[in-house]
Design a protein around this ligand. Sequence first.
Ligand code: DAH
Length: 330
Amino acid sequence: MEELEVNIIQAETLEALEKVRLELFGKKGVLAVEFAKMKDVPGPEKKAFAEGLNTTKNFLQESFDARYELLKSEAIDAMLKSEAIDVSLYGGLAQKGALHPVMQTMDKIIDYFVALNFAVQSGPMVEDDFHNFEALNLPKNHPARDMQDTFYFKDGGLLRTHTSPVQIRTMMQTKPPIRMIAPGTVFRRDYDITHTPMFHQVEGLVVDDKGKVSFANLKSILTDFLQYMFGEVEVRFRPSFFPFTEPSAEVDISCIFCQGNGCRVCSHTGWLEVLGCGIVDPNVFKAVGYEEVSGYAFGLGVERFAMLMHKIPDLRSLFEGDIRLLEQFR
Ligand code: DAH
């Protein structure tokens, strides 16, 4: 029976060896069959028969164990070889991230107002008609609603078109005086080189007792703010219209590309429009239940500021996620 060792030695893999193990040592294997013959062996010969069989069994078992160890270590060697990592190979430096230019600009704006004791407020991006329009003196069918191409939901909800609804929410939750900014994401159906459907605004609101807040206050703080953002620029206030302020103004800075001489960016006017503002309309105070107060408000687009400050020609490039653009703002 020793010739059965050949099967063990010829097994080339652990799987093949396992098959041999079952054939030899299994419940119905060759050895089991031999041991079963014991009962037919005459009494006096039983001992010699059993001893012979056990010797054979031990011999095969040793041969098997040796083969198993060999194949096992070969398998481990092969695995280590295939999974080897050369730690001396140069892997390049990990890419380092940076704040998005829009967020950098937002932070710079927020820093200014926080230093002047403005609280930072926020509100939901999914708004309702009341907060986004109605309370801001934009009743249904008011033509000024067309100024803002709104994304509506089927249930009448909408994506806020500006951060002005945060004014309303804050006034309805707190008593005057109020001194706040609301930075946030807003949405409009618009897409060209100066518009993307998602963009960011910072809204500002100051409310105090009647007669305490004036247009002169508004003018001086915004002039200082714009010079903080853009350096030595001239600032001018141009009469305009917003439903939520009266009087209202649009604010221009002297063109930072041509120093006011006229160029393509400023459409040869020498001025760049950068924000809207005004004295809070009494109808807004009425909508939130405020009496005997005065206030000013302003709103600006963060992307427009970022574009001007960094001379970015196409606003859409800010949201393409192209690492080559972002790398320039580290
Ligand atoms: N909500 C205006 C917009 O999105 C911006 C604005 C203008 C806000 C004048 C104001 C303001 O608070 O007084 O176009």
